[in-house]
Design a protein. Sequence first.
Length: 154
Amino acid sequence: MLAMREKTDDLDDFHLEDDSFDHQDFQLESPEPTTTPDPLAQPELYLPLSNPEAPEDDQQLEIQGFEKPTYAMQVEGIDKPLQFHYASSLLESLEAQGVQLPYQCREGYCGGCRTDLIEGEVAYLQEPMAWINEGEILPCCCVPKTPVKLKLKG
């Protein structure tokens, strides 16, 4: 069994060792923020809102020998030629070229854009959280590594 005793206030007996310190004189100083423009700051690069597969020439930094590769894309049931070049994901590229496929989160969490990969290879920009079966991809968070052939669900 636990023994309990009554709580007492012993604050009257509390004393600092050095009472000579005057607490009124103590103040914190904060440095004044300086705002000087950085002459070496780079301008922001923008991708056009209308068509990610047709970026403006002066907004893209390209180093000779390191151009982004262009991959052919084929979607079953769509006859027009498609290509992946400047878009940040396979889903964005397909939408920019008029191919409609379902999606929800655009980040690999829900699996709403799940598509069958018939031929080719893709690389994931971030590890998808949604479950994908063998032969399926999530176009919202991947880019092609080779020319690809896709079969849309539904």
